[in-house]
Design a protein around this ligand. Structure first.
Ligand code: F6P
Length: 327
């Protein structure tokens, strides 16, 4: 193998730049040439390739987002688009791919590999942390810290004004951000896609807390929550509280604020470790794989095994939230 290409795909995540930088520099150190494809799989289809040198990735480690740009490529979903992508890779003599992204990226990588058999390693990067095969994906730590800080701020105003705040965090299919931000931000309750909602239990806690002199509540809701997000949960909870107790409420949707910002040290280190490991993985030939970190060990998981792997929230943390997060 002499030439590889690197791209970032799907939702951007803080620390993607660390993964790009590490994979580029590790590849160059192994004597490989490196291309960066711009804007995810779209760049493969349009042939938007850029030669990357050591200096091309200077001064990006501390930046959020991705220097290569990203997209959720519609073109790459078609057979025709993937054929064009494979031709473009061939014309640039690319023999290996490092793809930095989430679930959708891993799924697209598997389809592409089945068709064209180009050695591929996927680096898990998504603030949602919903990818199996790794304890944490790149970007999650930064997003959680951002959400936690936001909850801290909201608590100040909630306390002062005596309200219930419903804070919506990201997480389409998994409640990782809600769980970690809720736990670290001292939320009174969290609503996540993995658990059946219990509005009545929350109402009872609010009433009991109110009687005991608690003046405010912070409830964290994952966007993918079954009840339809924070606005819906807020409406239903306040409706159920009805005349039993009077509480003014507000909803704050953190949205894409969670995706931006300076990557945390954890995300920079994880991106760096996985970026370098991905290059090593490409050299081993046993592909396509996702490279993750489990219990501090680098683990390569075949992409076709990911589908059947469950991405479960840590039960002990969920339990902890129920026991210490209530009043
Ligand atoms: O990056 C993951 C994620 O943040 C999800 O939680 C969210 O639903 C989605 O991306 C939104 O992304 P976009 O606005 O880019 O479609």
């Amino acid at each position: 193998m002499e030439t590889i290409a690197v791209l970032t795909s799907g939702g951007d995540a803080p620390g993607m730049n660390a993964a790009i930088r590490a994979s580029v520099r590790a590849a160059l150190a192994s004597g490989l040439q490196v291309y960066g494809a711009k804007n995810g799989f779209s760049g493969l289809v349009s042939g938007d390739f850029q030669r990357l040198h050591a200096r091309s990735v200077t001064n990006i480690l501390q930046r959020g987002g991705t220097m290569l740009g990203t997209s959720r490529s519609i073109e790459f979903e078609s057979k025709e688009g993937r054929k064009t992508a494979a031709e473009n890779l061939k014309s640039h003599s690319v023999e290996g791919l490092i793809l930095i992204g989430g679930q959708g990226t891993a799924e697209a990588a598997l389809i592409f590999h089945k068709e064209y058999e180009i050695p591929t390693v996927v680096i898990p990067a998504s603030i949602d942390n919903d990818i199996p095969g790794t304890d944490f994906s790149v970007g999650f730590d930064t997003a959680v810290n951002g959400a936690m800080e936001a909850i801290d701020r909201i608590r100040d105003t909630a306390e002062s004004s005596g309200r219930i705040f419903f804070v919506e965090v990201m997480g389409r299919s998994r409640g990782y951000i809600a769980l970690y931000a809720g736990l670290s931000g001292g939320a009174d309750a969290i609503f996540i896609p993995e658990e059946k909602e219990d509005l009545e239990a929350l109402c009872k806690r609010v009433i009991a807390g109110h009687k005991a002199g608690k003046s405010s509540f912070v409830v964290v809701v994952a966007e993918g929550e079954e009840a339809g997000g924070a606005f819906s949960v807020a409406e239903r909870v306040t409706k159920q509280l009805g005349e039993r107790v009077e509480f003014d409420y507000r909803v704050t949707v953190l949205g894409h604020l969670q995706r931006g910002g300076t990557p945390s040290s954890n995300d920079r280190v994880l991106g760096t470790i996985l970026g370098a490991a991905a290059v090593e993985g490409l050299g081993t030939g046993a592909l396509p794989h996702l490279v993750g970190e489990i219990n501090n060990n680098i683990v390569f998981t075949p992409l076709d095994e990911l589908e059947s792997m469950e991405r479960e929230l840590p039960k002990d943390l969920l339990h902890l939230l129920h026991t210490v997060g209530t009043t």
